[in-house]
Design a protein around this ligand. Structure first.
Ligand code: CA
Length: 709
């Protein structure tokens, strides 16, 4: 069975279970503690992803496509944070543990919804400035009476599962550096492993393993080489850096970190006693600036297998050599045994940002099937069957031709990002929350590194570019999203559920022939896994971007999901159609015949605040450039925010030069993540930015008036 029925205090029963560590989970061998409640029977969900395989599949089938119309809210809990909620809840021994924005952790009785405890690591608000893509947290891990969370500011924290009290804290990086943690820790035997993010800012990626009991560091693996002049790191990655990675880099990448952060996928593969990590994009994105336009730049955009015990390199597969498009390979990795041409293969599956679907043989890192695109792709024509390398279109190599804007499909948001995909062994299909969009890239001449800010080397993303709505659409264009049902054995899309716009959530698949997914407009819906027919919907009042989990207590099946719109699409992307962003996130738990209901909620109106007098064009132009360099990555391209971080055109602060200065220069809203920029901007700059946003507000107001006439 998927998980334990009832965990007892002795480890023996647990050893037989598919998820041996769930054992050690709360009632582990080391300590024999009691859960806050003792339900008669529990089928849990002990890891984000449901098991070590992280397939986001629950075999439970009491809730099915036949009776899902009876599915109703059982209970809900309001959270105290208003940013994107990205965590998949875990359920162990009748308790739901879930992390929320700002790395807070809640424990609830999974049956009643009573809060057992909550933990706030008190991440300083200004650390939010270092988070490229919202201050979300994608979940916790459980083992041996402890709950583990990675805090945004780099602390890996072990909590007592019964009380939420801190057991130990490990510092995984210096919080003054622009690293962040948004991903979930993973349990690998006696250790807990965590990565980090920050490759847009200029950092060097790594993962670190810590002892579960003491928090002592066991090993670290760097994903890209450091400064050759500094010598070896004295870490598990030293040997392979010397043998393979170092010779694949040129120029002075180490000045910009090189990138390769492991910000999401870390999977323990019991079959081969190895850890698979998904490695991120290059820093900066621009390949000419990063590596003189030469070399594969290992291990950017790769899946790397590490020995679970020592962290030593075993094998790798690089999906995008010479990565230049923010094509991370950090997307969720699912482990499965699937039939390929009559033989059962132990594979790792990934649908990364670059748009091709990868099925990799876990024994050696080789392709088990030839990757095919799961979305429209224009940067490469395919993957070479002999070499396993993508066949990249010449015009896509944007940093090699400095006068052209290449509009890639997919672009930097990815054909698929962190939002979990699911694999159902019942249908043999992978369900990918797919995004179809375009994103512009142009070589940034005269690139200068700005410590602590985005350093992409991409003029198309960081310059303000064209200003009319039509023109903007050419640089960042959203075509749509879908649930793509993909057959990994045949490398073929079987069907799609086409969505309007992007910003859709992760997917849970169940034994009841169901898929669950949240929508940016606030609906949480169920589809038949066999054919994608929508069979149920619930108004969650806020977009759920996280994936749901499913569990059973006392014979009843539950589905749990966090609602709370956010993430990079919620921040950076304009043109999100009618996103529903509530003040606070929520945990929603459903069951058959659940009869709870949410309080009524009317989304507030946010009028535009254009200043009375038009600003001179030269000041607006100056402000536009400054906005693009300093403000855009949080407040949205073209001053257009999806609302998770304030849309400045709709901020009353805009009409007061004094208030504006206090916020922009003096950091009056620092505790909310809006740091003061007085080290980077002067009064004249601040006024220019205000003038630019003011004119954007006027244009938006005008468009609104014209529309309603
Ligand atoms: Ca990135």
């Amino acid at each position: 069975m998927h998980i334990l029925e009832k965990v007892d205090c002795v480890g023996t029963k647990a050893k037989k279970l598919r998820i041996a560590f769930a054992v050690m989970a709360i009632f582990g061998a080391a300590s024999c503690s009691r859960a806050p409640t003792e339900p008669a029977s529990v089928e849990g969900w002990p890891t984000i992803g449901g098991s070590y395989r992280e397939d986001f599949y629950s075999p439970l089938k009491k809730i099915s496509a036949e009776n899902v119309d009876r599915l109703g809210l059982s209970w809900y809990a309001d959270l105290d944070t208003d940013r994107g909620q990205e965590a998949n809840p875990i359920i162990v021994d009748g308790v739901i543990y879930v992390s929320t924005a700002w790395s807070k952790v809640y424990a609830f009785d999974a049956k009643t919804g009573d809060q057992v405890w909550r933990f706030d690591p008190q991440v300083p608000g200004e650390k939010g400035f270092d988070a490229c893509c919202d201050v979300g947290n994608r979940g916790v891990a459980a083992a041996r009476g402890k709950i583990f969370v990675g805090a945004l500011d780099g602390r890996l924290i072990a909590l007592d599962a019964r009380t939420g009290a801190v057991v130990w804290t490990a510092k995984t990086f210096d919080p003054e550096t622009p690293y962040t943690i948004t991903g979930a820790p993973r349990i690998v035997k006696d250790r807990v492993i965590i990565g980090n993010g920050g490759a847009e800012y200029g950092v060097r990626g790594y993962v670190t393993a810590y002892d579960i009991e003491t928090g002592e560091k066991a090993w670290r693996f760097y994903t890209v080489p450091g400064d050759p002049a500094a010598g070896p790191d004295g870490e598990a990655s030293d040997a392979v850096m010397k043998e393979k990675a170092a010779s694949s880099w040129f120029g002075e990448w180490y000045k910009y970190g090189g990138g390769g952060t492991v910000w999401d996928a870390i999977v323990y593969d019991e079959d081969f006693d190895q850890v698979l990590i998904g490695v991120g994009n290059g820093s900066p994105w621009n390949y000419r600036i990063r590596s003189d336009g030469k070399g594969d730049n290992l291990f950017l955009s790769s899946i790397v297998a590490l020995d679970a015990e020592t962290g030593a390199y075993k094998w790798h597969y690089q999906e995008t050599p010479a990565e230049s498009w923010d094509f991370t390979a950090t997307q969720p990795i699912i482990l499965a045994d699937i039939e390929i041409e009559g033989a059962t293969r132990k594979v790792a599956m990934q649908a990364p940002k670059n748009g091709f679907f990868y099925v990799i043989d876990r024994s050696n890192g080789e392709l088990a099937t030839l990757p095919q695109p799961f979305v429209s792709v224009n940067w490469a024509t395919g993957v070479d069957a002999k070499t396993g390398r993508p066949i990249v279109n010449e015009e896509a190599k944007w940093s090699a031709s400095n006068d052209k804007n290449f509009v890639a499909r997919p672009g930097a948001y990815g054909a698929h990002s962190w939002h979990p995909m699911a694999y159902s062994p019942d249908t043999g299909l992978v369900y990918i929350p797919t995004q179809d969009h375009m994103f512009g890239y142009q070589d940034e001449m005269g690139f200068r590194f700005h410590a602590g800010e985005w350093n992409l080397g991409n003029a198309s993303a960081t310059n303000v570019g064209p200003t009319s709505v039509e023109e903007r659409g050419k640089s960042i264009k959203t075509i749509g999203a879908s649930i793509t049902a993909f057959d990994p054995s045949k490398q073929k899309t079987v069907w799609r559920v086409q969505h309007d716009g992007i910003g859709y959530g992760g997917i849970l698949a169940t034994g009841g022939n169901l898929l669950f997914q949240g929508e940016p407009n606030g609906m949480f819906s169920a589809y038949r896994a066999s054919d994608g027919e929508k069979v149920w919907s619930f108004d969650a009042q806020s977009g759920a971007v996280a994936a749901a989990a499913s569990y059973e207590i006392d014979g009843e099946q539950y589905v749990a999901v966090l609602a709370g719109f956010g993430g990079v699409v919620g921040i950076f992307s304009p043109y999100i159609k009618d996103p529903h962003v509530r003040p606070n996130g929520r945990l929603l738990v459903f069951k058959l015949d659940g009869d709870a209901s949410l309080p009524d909620y009317e989304p507030p109106e946010f009028p535009f605040y254009p200043p009375e007098d038009e600003a001179p064009p030269s000041q607006v132009a100056l402000g536009a450039g400054l906005y693009a360099g300093h403000c855009m990555r949080c407040h949205g391209a073209a001053a257009w925010s999806a609302g998770v971080i304030p849309d400045l055109r709709r901020s009353a602060v805009l009409i007061s030069p004094e208030a504006w200065e206090q916020v922009v220069l003096d950091g009056a809203l620092k505790s909310q993540g809006m740091v003061g920029f007085d080290d980077k901007l002067d009064q004249n700059d601040a006024e220019a930015i205000r003038a630019y946003i003011g004119e954007e507000a006027r244009a938006a107001q005008h468009a609104l008036t014209t529309l309603s006439e």
